[in-house]
Design a protein around this ligand. Structure first.
Ligand code: TYD
Length: 154
């Protein structure tokens, strides 16, 4: 099983889409193993978006991510990183495929509803950035046997 980080951005929280987006992950069969509301600040955003701090749009990105609390989620499943990235869709909502979260809810490159880790390595780093170890729970999905075949779950 893999665990990945999802952030429901202020564009999600302000539009009161938290429930709809959480429901998509649950419907897919992914397990929520951590979830909390947080107010982000410049320090965590400069770390989280360190690959983008020198880009001209970074000040606006930081402003958009501080505009309200966000919801941080730890989401678990077999190949969860890739599955959740697939559900998230292309960064720019206008170019994201219908059926993806961004393709169904976003018209913007920046106000694009969700963040999702892009690799297992980054997922581990990002989960540690947003969650203390005791905030991520170890429990088994009661329907595991009906979500996966026995040889898919290690
Ligand atoms: P990035 O890590 O490239 O994309 P993703 O979120 O799909 O992994 O970019 C991080 C965020 O930065 C992105 O969700 C929105 C913002 N962003 C902009 O505001 N403008 C841009 O041109 C890009 C590439 C990203």
């Amino acid at each position: 099983m893999e665990t990945t980080l999802v952030l429901l951005k202020p564009s999600c929280v302000q539009r009161q889409l938290i429930g709809q987006i959480v429901n998509r992950f649950e419907r897919r069969g992914l397990l929520i193993v951590g979830m909390k509301m947080m107010q982000l600040d410049d320090a965590i955003l400069r770390e989280h978006y360190s690959h983008l701090v020198d880009r001209p749009f970074f000040p606006l990105l930081a402003q958009s991510m501080k505009a309200s609390p966000i919801v941080a989620m730890a989401i678990r499943g077999v190949e969860a990183v890739q599955v959740v990235r697939g559900m998230t869709g292309f960064t720019n909502g206008r170019r994201a495929d219908p059926g993806t979260i961004r393709g169904d809810y976003a018209m913007s490159n920046q106000q694009n509803i969700v963040h999702a880790s892009d690799s297992p390595e980054n997922a581990a780093i990002e989960l540690a950035r947003f969650f203390r170890p005791e905030e991520i729970f170890e429990y088994r999905h009661a329907l595991t046997d009906f979500l996966y075949s026995q040889d898919e779950v290690i």
